[in-house]
Design a protein around this ligand. Structure first.
Ligand code: DLL
Length: 442
């Protein structure tokens, strides 16, 4: 295992480096980005007020709306001529959020991702199959540059054209596959349909992220493909993939690239920090970015962090799996539930496949949730393709009880035939919100 110095540094050393970089970042945004100057002045905070990393809380938060309000380049800290890359995320409403990178930013990001791929089990000289989408989304190019930087032969296949992906996996013999967990599941299932045993490929490691997924999904993917699967996290506003990643040795929380990003966890209601180990909203501050430095960005993602040393020997702070985005949290009769929690329990049920959707409707002012699941081919044949068979009713009831007992929510369950739930080629759509559709129609 090749470790970078920072990965095993003592906490004081990490914080010393962070403080130095934080001071530089704060001074830079104050000088170069009018938005930050206004924000800091309004709170009467001065660059000199940052004397320890804990002083970060004196600074204002940044939210997605600030990016939209300054569309496209209003929050950039460099002249447009210095940009070499622009990414954007479409979002669900309004203008996209746009982020930019200088040459140094791209180099720095590549180094971060190269380190992340190594943490996940990748080695120079091997082949990496990159099924993240290429384009404005940061997944494809982010993993691509990191993989090349590490010295891996990178296959820029992007998402889609699943049968060709499978041919290339068989022919090029990659050891690492990258993609959203839902799309890689789609690849594995397509292999089975083609009569190919997914556990017999050259793949050893999977680097999966860009969407919430569960431990059960990890087990499913690991068993199907006979690989070790690790979670990678990131967001375009902070840099893209590589903000944190699990190590293949312990698979126990995602190591944050603390030399480049400062993390906080806050209570999204009070905006105050929560104690270590407690869940809250992740907030990131970039420490080394040139084109688009960002201060205290509220991600909307729910997770916890720990400073405990990992079994792999690394000392960098680790975050838990992201449970979901605050916006994706469904509140049913006062109970909060994330799709990833539902997924966790759903995947232990034998008769169904790991594809599901939550359909939201409204009856009066009450939110109604229907869980759409899909039965597997064997079960379908056993019931003579008859969904009115009594065992289908029993299955639906069983799923309802499992959800009620474990997620504490009551929801309808609709059992669908095989291949009826849309397969993902990138980020899976887990929530279909018909309440918004009807609002639009009005
Ligand atoms: O999804 C960057 C990325 C690419 C991460 C490839 C990992 C791998 P955005 O499109 O800006 O960037 O979306 C960021 O996706 O705020 C989370 O809500 C969600 N997300 C990203 N990684 C994970 C993960 C990329 N591992 C948003 N688990 C974030 C759960 C994730 N959610």
């Amino acid at each position: 295992m090749i470790l970078h110095e920072i990965e095993t540094a003592a906490r004081e050393e990490i914080e010393k480096l962070q403080l130095k970089r934080l001071k530089e970042t704060v001074a830079k945004v104050y000088e170069k980005v009018p938005f930050y100057k206004e924000q800091f002045d309004a709170l009467n905070v001065k660059v000199e007020d940052i004397q320890s990393v804990r002083d970060l809380i004196k600074l204002p938060f940044t939210v997605k709306k600030n990016l939209r309000d300054h569309y496209p380049f209003g929050l950039f800290a460099v002249d447009q001529k210095e940009l070499v890359r622009i990414h954007a995320s479409s979002g669900t409403s309004g203008k996209p959020t746009v982020v930019g990178y200088t040459k140094n930013d791209v180099q720095m990001w590549s180094n971060i991702v190269a380190r992340a791929i190594a943490i996940a089990g990748g080695n120079p000289g091997e082949v990496l199959h990159n099924a993240y989408g290429y384009g404005l989304f940061t997944g494809g190019l982010g993993l691509h540059y990191g993989s090349e930087q590490l010295g891996m032969a990178t296959v820029p296949i992007s998402g889609g054209n699943t049968e060709r992906q499978i041919t290339l996996i068989q022919d090029f013999k990659p050891t690492v596959i990258c993609g959203t967990p839902s799309y890689v599941l789609n690849i594995a299932e397509t292999m089975l349909e083609m009569g190919i045993d997914p556990s017999q490929t050259s793949l050893k490691y999977g680097i999966f992220g860009a969407e919430p997924w569960s431990e059960e999904m990890r087990r499913t993917l690991e068993q199907l493909l006979d690989i070790k699967a690790v979670d990678i996290y990131g967001l375009s506003e902070v840099i893209g993939p590589g903000v944190s990643i699990e190590c293949h040795e312990a698979q126990s929380g995602l190591h944050i690239a603390e030399d480049h990003f400062l993390v906080e966890v806050i209570d999204p209601k009070t905006l105050m920090p929560v104690p270590e180990g407690e869940e809250g909203e992740l907030v990131f501050t970039s420490l080394t970015k040139e084109a688009f430095p960002i201060i205290r960005y509220r991600t909307g993602d729910i997770a916890s962090v720990t400073k405990e040393k990992c079994a792999c020997g690394r000392t960098t702070m680790r975050m838990s799996r992201v449970k979901g985005r605050i916006d994706d949290m469904i509140i049913i009769r006062g109970v909060n539930v994330f799709p990833s929690e539902i997924e966790h329990y759903l995947l232990s049920i034998n008769e169904i496949v790991p594809h599901y959707q939550l359909h939201l409707t409204k009856k009066g002012s009450l939110l109604n949730v229907e869980l759409h699941v899909e039965i597997n081919e064997v079960f379908y044949q056993n019931i003579n393709c008859d969904l009115s068979h009594e065992s289908v009713g029993r299955l639906a009831k069983n799923i309802q009880t499992i959800m009620k007992n474990n997620c504490l929510v009551s929801m309808g369950v609709k059992v669908n035939p095989p291949k009826s739930i849309p397969r993902s080629q990138g980020k899976a759509v887990r929530i279909v919100d018909h309440t918004k559709e009807s609002r639009l129609k009005v």
